[in-house]
Design a protein around this ligand. Structure first.
Ligand code: CAA
Ligand code: NAD
Length: 291
């Protein structure tokens, strides 16, 4: 199979921006596509800041940073992605949005060797692949879960999830590309939340229940988990970091997919989302980042 030369990333938020960045620093051309120009502007600014920091810290030569930045293009036009030979979808965690995107992907990318990967946190890969298969017979074989972690440039893991139709060749190429991007791939089966969010998200949800029931204040809940369990961030800080909207989306997928009410999102978590307090990305979630 040919090497990956150009990787398109759909969605240029926290995750898509990071994926485009590490593609570029791995020598791959990256096309950052987003429906909103504001997200692209924000991602570009962050890329410039993080590359400058890498140079300042002596981890990268200025010429390499410039070359990596030069490999990223930013666009709101779908057709600008047409020349890519790999796609990673990292738009919002919503099954209908992903179904729509994978229908369009199968229509746009007719070559059998273009992999259509999704960075979904929890949604069934088989379900996402079905939209591609309906749009183009055989396209479901090219759909795979390639789940990066936040912040992408720092976290080592890629969780690799096959759908029912994913071809073994696509799985192997995903493992190879993850390694080329400096990551360590590990496999999980296609069940709601896979391994990572099946284990992580109920803990975060429980922290919201503990806060709602007055068991402790948010600062104390987080300190207890940081100091007692050696977690780098407490669960409430981590929820803000992930995005409270994404946490609710994931809990909804777990509750439905695993058919168990114990996965229902905590009412307090949902209330914060309703109030627009989504965490770091809006400047306020559990904690206030405006200062
Ligand atoms: N993008 C790129 N680099 C970042 C970054 C970001 N958003 N945030 C921090 N970094 C880098 C910093 O630049 C710094 O590197 P340098 O010093 O070399 O410049 C390094 O990470 C450490 O950062 P800090 O010293 O500022 O802070 P820290 O030591 O507290 O580490 C952290 C920050 C890496 C985020 C750490 O707190 C951590 O590991 N937190 C837990 C993260 C986690 O659990 N992620 C998984 C979320 S769940 C998920 O991703 C799956 C899902 O589907 C929801
Ligand atoms: P985000 O809210 O930061 O960014 C989502 C981006 O997608 C936004 O820029 C938005 O404009 C764009 N978008 C929405 N609909 C679109 C469409 N139809 N076409 C093109 N762009 C569209 O979200 P995020 O945290 O980057 O999460 C993205 C995906 O990655 C989700 O599926 C999420 O579950 C998954 N994920 C998130 C994390 C995390 O910690 N936040 C970790 C791993 C995986």
């Amino acid at each position: 199979m040919p090497d990956v030369k150009t990787l398109a990333v759909i969605g240029s938020g926290q995750m898509g921006g990071g994926i485009a960045q590490i593609a570029a620093t791995s020598g791959i051309n990256a096309i950052a596509y987003d429906a909103h120009q504001g997200s692209l502007d924000k991602a570009k600014k962050l890329h410039e800041k993080l590359m400058a920091r890498a140079v300042e810290k002596g981890r990268m030569e200025q010429a390499d940073a410039d070359a990596a930045l030069g490999r990223i293009t930013y666009t709101t036009k779908w057709d600008d992605m047409a020349g890519a030979d790999w796609v990673v979808e990292a738009a919002v965690e919503n099954a209908e949005v992903k179904a729509d995107i994978f229908t369009k992907l199968a229509q746009t990318f007719d070559r059998d060797d273009v992999v259509l990967a999704t960075n979904t946190s929890s949604i069934s890969i088989t379900q996402i692949a079905a939209s591609a298969e309906v749009a183009r017979a055989g396209a479901g074989q090219r759909v795979i879960g390639m789940h990066f972690f936040n912040p992408v440039p720092v976290m080592k893991l890629v969780e690799v999830i096959n759908g029912l139709a994913t071809s073994p060749e696509v799985t192997q190429r995903t493992i190879d590309l993850s390694k080329q991007m400096g990551k360590e791939p590990h496999a999980a089966n296609d069940r709601a939340g896979f391994i990572s969010n099946r284990v992580l998200m109920p803990m975060i949800n429980e922290a919201f229940y503990a806060w709602m029931e007055g068991v402790a204040e948010p600062e104390d809940i987080d300190a207890i988990m940081r100091l007692g369990m050696a977690h780098p961030m407490g669960p409430l800080r981590l929820a803000d970091f992930i995005g409270l909207d994404t946490c609710v989306f994931i809990m909804d997928v777990l509750a439905e997919g695993l058919n168990n009410d114990r996965y229902r999102a905590c009412p307090l978590l949902k209330q914060l989302v309703t109030a627009g307090r989504l965490g770091d990305k809006t400047g306020r979630g559990v904690f206030d980042y405006s200062k």
